[in-house]
Design a protein around this ligand. Structure first.
Ligand code: HDE
Length: 756
C-alpha cells in the first residue's frame, strides 16, 4: 500500500518541479515549453469553487452541509460588475473629459472601486495579530464520556474545526520565528453550538489576574515612542515588568526555553492553561486541564536559526502549515485531559488549580487522550477566515464549564469586547467563519453589518404575536446550564489567595526538568535578551529573579552580562523534575521534514535520483540544490533543481545531503562579494555559500550526510567526520538511512558538549 504521506510529498515535489521558471534552466537544457499567453476573448463563468472555498456554513471537512446557498459566499456570473450588479464595459480607465482631460466626479465605478479599497483593512488584533489557520476535523474517542456530557466528545463523533495559530506580540506583518508564546485557538462547530478552546503553546501565563493584562501587554509591545523593537521581548519595558511582577517568572522561563521558538506549528503542544470544569449526565463534576499533543512531537529551532529565518523567510511557519496541508501531510494532535477531583479548595497535591502560573506535572496527573484532531484543508481566503475568525472562552457547550480562575474570568469579558471594535459591531457571529452549525433562534436584532433578514414582529419573550415563542430548553433538551457550584460567602476584596504568592517553585521545577542542552539554550536566551536591555537596574533585577530559580542559571547569565551574581532572596524550592517537560530524548515520525540534496550538477546524478526517491518514500520532502537552476541531465532522466546557491540557505532544511562538491557558480560570487575568509574557500574550489550552508547546519545540530565527492565539502568546511550527526559513506542510500534515523531525534545535540 502506498504511503499517503509520501504520495503527498511527491505532490509537493512535483509542484516545485513544475515551478521551474523559464530562463532559469541550465545552459543547454531545453526549457519548459513557453505557454502561449491566451487573452480570453469571451465571457466565462468563474472557476467552480474548490471544495474548501465554501464557508463552514455550507461545507465542513466531515462533508455535512447546512443548506446555505453557494451564491451567498462566492463570486457568480460571467461578467465583471459593480457592487450593485451593473455590468461593466471597462475598468482600467477613469471617466475623463477627453483622454488627457480631468477625471469626472460622476465616475461612480471609480469611486466605488477606490473607496472600497480604502476601507479594506480592519484593525489588527491587539495581541496575537499575526497568525495562520486551517480547517479540520475532530473525532471523539469517547474516553471522556464518564466525565463530560459534551456530545462532540462521544466516541466516533466527527466535528468540523478551525484552528488559528499565532504569535502574541508582533503586528500582522511581523516574522513567524520570533521568540514568543504561540496562540493555539480551536473553534469546534459542534451540533450543540460552538465550543472555543483558546489556548497557547505554553501551559502557564505571565499573570494571575486579568486586571494586569493591559500592563503586561503594554510592557511587551514595542516602546511607544519609536515603536521598536517589533515582535520580541528583548527590550527594557518587558524585562522591567516581568522582574517587578515576579509571578511572570515561570512563563518567562518557558519563553526563554526552546518552547519560545517552535520548529513548526505542527510540532507544538497546545494548552488550555486554565482549569475547566467538566460535568457528566449525572451532574458529577471533574476539574480538568486541556492539552493538545502533536503526533509529530515537540520540536524547536535554535536561536540563530530562528533569527536568520526571520529575514530569509518571515512566513516560515505559515508556509510550513499551508504546504503540509496542501500536500496531504495533515498535521494531527490528540486532545487530552488531566483530571482532578472537584474539591472545595480546588488544589491538587499542593498546586492551586486556579492559579494560571502553575502547571500540574504529568507525572502527578497523566494526560488522558480523549480525541484526535486532523487539519486537512487550508483557508480559501485569508481575510474572510483567518483574519475574521473570532474566538471566545464563553463559547461553551453542555458538559464544559469554567472555574473561578481570575485570569479566565477576565478573559470571558475581554474577547467579545475586543471583537466588537475589531469586527465593526456586534454581528460578527454572522460571518461565515464564525457561524455556528447549530440552529440559531436568538432575539438579537439590528446593529452594524446585520446580514440576516429577521422575520416576524416580536423579538422578545414571552410574546403572543408571532405564532408562538421559541421554547426554553431544559436539562433533557440540551440546554446549556451552568454548574450550580457553591459560592462561598466572603468579604469583597482586591486580593488573591496566599498560594498565589509562590512565584518561583514551578520555575525551578521547569529548570530542573531540562536536559543540559536545553539549559544551555535557556542561558543563551536570557543572556541575549538581557544583553539587549539598556537599563542596568533591570538587568540586575532580572539576575535576582534567576537566583531564586537556580544559582547555576543566574551565574551563567551574569557572566555573559558582565554583572555580579546576586544572592537568592527566597530559599530554593524543594521540587523534583518533571521529565515530561523536556523535549529531548525521544523519537518521532519524520513526516514532512525537508531534506536538502546538494549536487554540483554532475557527480553521481543516479545517486541523487535514488536519494530523492527514497526521501519521498519516507514521507519527507527532497529539495535539490545546485549551483544554478533548471534541469540536470536533461537528455536522460532529468532532475529538477529547486534551490540554487543564490536562493537556498541552511535554515530551510532539517538535514543536508552532499552528493557533490560544487565549485564556485558561474556568477563568480566568490570573486565579487566574498570576504577574505571566503576567498580562502574559493581557493579550495568550493562555493563559499555552500560552506556557509554546511557550517550553519552543523552549528544548528542538523544531520549532515555526504557520499563520494560530497565528503570533500565536510573536509574543507572543517567539520569533523566523526562528529555526532555527520555521516559519510560511499553510497547514497546508506547515508540517507542514517540521516533519517537522526531526524527522528530532530537534532544531533550530542555533537556538542554542553557547559552546564
Ligand atoms: Fe488572550 N486575548 N487574553 N490569552 N488570546 C486575545 O482577543 C486576553 C490569554 C489567546 O487566534 C484577544 O480576539 C486577556 C491567555 C489567543 O484569534 C483579547 C487575557 C491565553 C488569542 C485577549 C488573555 C490567551 C488571544 C485579542 C488575560 C492562553 C488569539 C484579539 C486575562 C490560554 C485568538 C481577540 C485568535 C486573543 C485578551 C490571556 C490566548 C484582547 C484579557 C492566558 C490564542 O481579547
Amino acid at each position: 500500500k502506498k504511503n499517503p504521506v509520501s504520495a503527498a510529498a511527491e505532490k509537493i515535489a512535483q509542484k516545485l518541479q513544475d515551478a521551474v521558471s523559464p530562463g532559469n534552466e541550465l545552459p543547454g537544457a531545453p526549457g519548459p515549453e513557453a505557454a502561449p499567453v491566451d487573452e480570453p476573448t469571451e465571457a466565462r463563468e468563474p472557476l467552480p469553487p474548490k471544495h474548501d472555498q465554501r464557508g463552514p456554513d455550507t461545507y465542513s471537512p466531515t462533508g455535512r452541509t447546512t443548506g446555505a446557498r453557494q451564491r451567498d459566499v462566492a463570486q457568480a456570473g460571467a461578467y465583471l460588475t459593480t457592487a450593485q450588479g451593473a455590468r461593466l464595459y471597462e475598468t482600467d480607465h477613469s471617466l475623463k473629459a477627453g483622454p488627457r482631460g480631468p477625471v469626472l466626479l460622476q465616475d461612480h465605478h471609480l469611486r466605488e472601486k477606490v473607496t472600497h479599497f480604502d476601507h479594506e483593512r480592519i484593525p489588527e488584533r491587539v495581541v496575537h495579530a499575526r497568525g495562520a489557520a486551517a480547517h479540520g476535523v475532530f473525532r471523539g474517542y469517547g474516553a471522556a464520556a464518564g466525565i463530560s456530557k459534551a456530545a462532540f466528545l462521544a466516541e466516533g463523533v466527527e466535528t468540523p474545526v478551525f484552528v488559528r495559530f499565532s504569535t502574541v506580540l508582533g503586528s500582522r506583518g511581523s516574522a513567524d520565528t520570533v521568540r514568543d508564546t504561540r496562540g493555539f485557538a480551536t473553534k469546534f462547530y459542534t451540533d450543540e453550538g460552538v465550543f472555543d478552546l483558546v489556548g497557547n503553546n505554553i501551559p502557564v501565563f505571565f499573570i494571575q489576574d486579568a486586571i494586569k493584562f493591559p500592563d503586561v501587554i503594554h510592557a511587551g509591545k514595542p516602546h511607544p515612542d519609536r515603536e521598536i523593537p517589533q515582535a520580541q521581548s528583548a527590550h527594557d519595558t518587558f524585562w522591567d515588568f516581568v522582574t517587578l511582577h515576579t509571578e511572570a517568572t515561570h512563563h518567562t522561563l518557558w519563553n526563554m526555553s526552546d518552547r519560545g521558538i517552535p520548529r513548526s506549528y505542527r510540532m507544538m503542544e497546545g494548552f488550555g492553561v486554565h482549569t475547566f470544569r467538566l460535568v457528566n449526565a449525572e451532574g458529577d463534576t471533574t476539574l480538568v486541564k486541556f492539552h493538545w499533543k502533536p503526533k509529530l512531537g515537540v520540536h524547536s529551532l535554535v536561536w540563530e536559526e530562528a533569527q536568520i529565518t526571520a529575514g530569509m523567510d518571515p512566513d516560515f511557519h505559515r508556509r510550513d502549515l499551508a504546504d503540509a496541508i496542501e500536500a496531504g501531510a495533515f498535521p494531527e494532535w490528540e486532545l487530552g485531559v488531566q483530571t482532578f477531583p472537584d474539591t472545595e479548595d480546588q488544589m491538587f497535591q499542593g498546586i492551586d488549580l486556579l492559579d494560571a502560573t502553575k502547571l500540574v506535572p504529568e507525572e502527578l496527573a497523566p494526560v488522558r487522550p480523549i480525541g484526535l484532531m486532523t487539519l486537512n484543508a487550508n483557508p480559501s481566503n485569508f481575510f474572510a477566515e483567518t483574519e475574521q475568525v473570532a474566538f471566545h472562552l464563553g463559547h461553551l457547550v453542555p458538559g464544559i464549564d469554567v472555574t473561578n480562575d481570575p485570569l479566565l474570568q477576565g478573559r470571558l469579558f475581554s474577547y467579545l469586547d475586543t471583537q466588537i471594535t475589531r469586527l465593526g459591531g456586534p454581528n460578527f457571529g454572522q460571518l461565515p467563519i464564525n457561524r455556528t452549525h447549530a440552529p440559531v433562534n436568538d432575539m438579537l436584532r439590528d446593529g452594524m453589518h446585520q446580514t440576516a433578514v429577521h422575520r416576524g414582529v416580536a423579538p422578545y419573550r414571552p410574546h403572543s404575536l408571532d405564532g408562538g415563542c421559541p421554547f426554553l430548553a431544559g436539562e433533557e433538551t440540551g440546554a446549556y446550564i451552568e454548574v450550580p457550584v457553591e459560592v462561598s460567602a466572603s468579604r469583597k476584596a482586591r486580593d488573591a489567595a496566599v498560594s498565589f504568592d509562590d512565584h518561583f517553585s514551578q520555575a525551578r521545577l521547569f529548570w530542573l526538568s531540562m536536559t543540559a542542552t536545553e539549559r544551555e539554550h535557556i542561558v543563551a536566551a536570557y543572556t541575549f535578551e538581557l544583553g539587549k536591555c539598556w537599563e542596568e537596574a533591570v538587568k540586575e533585577r532580572a539576575l535576582m529573579v534567576l537566583a531564586n530559580i537556580a544559582p547555576e542559571l543566574c551565574t551563567q547569565v551574569a557572566v555573559g552580562l558582565g554583572l555580579p551574581v546576586p544572592e537568592a532572596t527566597v530559599s530554593l524550592a524543594p521540587v523534583g523534575p518533571s521529565p515530561a517537560l523536556s523535549q529531548l530524548g525521544k523519537e518521532w515520525p519524520v513526516d514532512g521534514r525537508i531534506v536538502g540534496i546538494v549536487t554540483d550538477g554532475e557527480y553521481d546524478l543516479d545517486g541523487v535520483r535514488e536519494v530523492r526517491r527514497a526521501v519521498l518514500d519516507a514521507g519527507m520532502v527532497p529539495l535539490v540544490v545546485a549551483p544554478a537552476g533548471g534541469r540536470l541531465d536533461p537528455t536522460g532522466d532529468p532532475v529538477t533543481v529547486q534551490r540554487t546557491f543564490t536562493t537556498a540557505r541552511s535554515v530551510e532544511f532539517d538535514a543536508i545531503l552532499l552528493a557533490g562538491a560544487p565549485a564556485p557558480a558561474a556568477d563568480a560570487y566568490g570573486a565579487r562579494d566574498a570576504k577574505a575568509d571566503d576567498l580562502a574557500a574559493v581557493a579550495t574550489g568550493l562555493d563559499p555559500r555552500l560552506l556557509l550552508m554546511v557550517t550553519e547546519a552543523y552549528r544548528h545540530g542538523k544531520a549532515i550526510g555526504a557520499w563520494g565527492q560530497g565528503g570533500r565539502v565536510l573536509e574543507v568546511a572543517g567539520l569533523p567526520a566523526d562528529s555526532a550527526g555527520v555521516v559519510s559513506a560511499t553510497d547514497a542510500s546508506s547515508v540517507l538511512r542514517s540521516v533519517t534515523a537522526l531526524l527522528a531525534r530532530h537534532r544531533a545535540w550530542d555533537r556538542f558538549t554542553p557547559a552546564l
